[in-house]
Design a protein around this ligand. Structure first.
Ligand SMILES: *[C@@H]1O[C@H](CO)[C@@H](O)[C@H](O)[C@H]1NC(C)=O
Ligand SMILES: *[C@@H]1O[C@H](CO)[C@@H](O)[C@H](O)[C@H]1NC(C)=O
Ligand SMILES: *[C@@H]1O[C@H](CO)[C@@H](O)[C@H](O)[C@H]1NC(C)=O
Ligand SMILES: *[C@@H]1O[C@H](CO)[C@@H](O)[C@H](O)[C@H]1NC(C)=O
Length: 363
């Protein structure tokens, strides 16, 4: 759906170019998102950044043959560098004693079995997807995504919706390699939760936008994990099968300016890097106007994208590395989740034919 605010942007552009402006986009922006600045010089700096972003957005939309559109959101007074992502640029975790314990519970590996897959999945339709969160300027997407995935799995398993604590993971998973509000990895968040024994409720350990001392209290654990699973690296059909039959899946992607200000259509960037810088939750997939897409939930509040969501190109050579770091939390006993494949093979989709038929746990 077209974002109203974007239409306003186009309207301003028109006014600005045709007859001089009576509406000031900066004032409109500040009012809409309740922006205030501590000083006149800070406001001046933010306004310059905003006008630069607005200009880039308008020029992007004017370019031909785009499959998606950009518009303003609450991030429009930030430089690209200031936009909160939150993946560490390196994956080497420090050694710590907990690894030994974890090594005894091997990670579940998931690979497509080749069953027939639905053409369209949107877990929001099932009412299990929890509200869009806002990580603000804390670079802890890894924690927001892990918590979202766990909340949703717990809801799907028990019918109970319990908002869980991002802050616990931010404060306490340093030994696993996470850097509080300066980045981390979703699998390290799952490893931490396994080691700690579980995660507290959001209300017991609320989000404070910065890292503090770890104040985890094991007697307040609300939800525990038994393990986590990893999707076969780079396999979009495996990610698709997991999204279809398991539920929303945590993943990491590479993002750019256009991604930050997407408002509608299907984000398709053939030049997207494979250096992932942001974690998101894949809550569905489908095909629109002959383009396959992933339905992605972000944690920048509802002003981002289409009410907090973005559709990203699917089956285009693992664009933006969306299937390169996909994983999922496991609550309770692990059971392979895909339906049994028909022995005559008629149940195979074109794309998945010839895949191995196992979804098993190994090593
Ligand atoms: C941990 O939580 C329990 C139960 O709410 C409480 O009785 C106890 O005082 C807490 N411990 C600390 C160290 O805060
Ligand atoms: C598909 O095309 C229609 C008609 O051009 C358009 O309104 C719609 O936004 C498009 N959908 C996507 C996801 O691009
Ligand atoms: C998946 O493979 C890519 C390319 O080899 C690699 O950079 C990435 O780290 C791998 N992902 C995981 C989770 O190991
Ligand atoms: C494919 O498998 C599903 C679930 O196992 C089954 O309900 C469906 O009838 C099968 N379709 C075909 C074409 O065999």
């Amino acid at each position: 759906m077209r974002n109203l605010f974007m239409i306003q942007t186009l309207y301003w552009t028109l006014r600005l170019s045709e007859c001089g402006s009576t509406i000031d986009p900066w004032i409109e922006f500040k009012e809409r998102f309740g922006k205030t600045y501590p000083s006149a010089s800070e406001e001046h700096k933010r306004k310059t950044i905003f006008l630069n972003n607005l200009n880039k957005i308008v020029r992007f939309n004017e370019a031909n043959r785009r499959t998606y559109e950009l518009g303003l959101n609450e991030l429009a007074d930030l430089t690209s560098k200031e936009i909160p992502k939150g993946l560490t640029p390196y994956r080497k975790a420090p050694n710590f004693i907990g690894w030994r314990v974890l090594d005894q519970t091997p990670t579940v590996k998931f690979e497509a079995t080749g069953v027939k897959l639905p053409n369209h999945v949107d877990w929001r339709d099932k009412g299990v997807v929890t509200p869009v969160k806002n990580q603000h300027n804390c670079l802890a997407c890894y924690s927001f995504v892990a918590v979202d995935a766990i909340e949703i799995q717990y809801f799907m398993k028990t019918g109970k919706q319990i908002p869980l604590s991002q802050q616990q993971i931010i404060d306490c998973s340093r030994p696993e390699g996470n850097l509080g509000c300066k980045g981390g990895m979703v699998d390290w968040a799952y490893k931490y939760i396994l080691k700690a024994g579980g995660v507290e409720k959001h209300e017991d350990y609320p989000f404070v936008l910065k890292k503090q001392e770890c104040e985890f209290n094991a007697s307040k654990i609300a939800v525990s994990l038994t393990n986590y699973g990893e999707i076969k690296n780079g396999s979009e059909v495996s990610l698709q099968e997991a999204v279809a039959f398991f539920g929303p899946i945590s993943a990491s992607i590479s993002t750019d300016f256009a991604w930050n200000y997407y408002t509608g259509g299907i984000y398709d960037n053939p030049d997207c890097s494979t250096n992932v810088d942001h974690a998101i939750l894949v809550v569905g997939y489908g095909t629109e106007n002959n383009t396959d897409y992933w339905l992605v939930k972000n944690s920048y509040g509802e002003s981002f994208g289409d009410k907090g969501y973005i559709k990203m190109a699917r089956n285009k050579k693992n664009q933006c590395a969306i299937a390169s770091y996909a994983n999922f939390p496991i609550i309770g006993r692990w059971k392979p989740f895909s339906p049994k494949k028909e022995p005559n093979g008629r149940n195979e989709t074109k794309r998945s034919s010839g895949r191995r038929m196992t979804s098993s746990r190994y090593n």
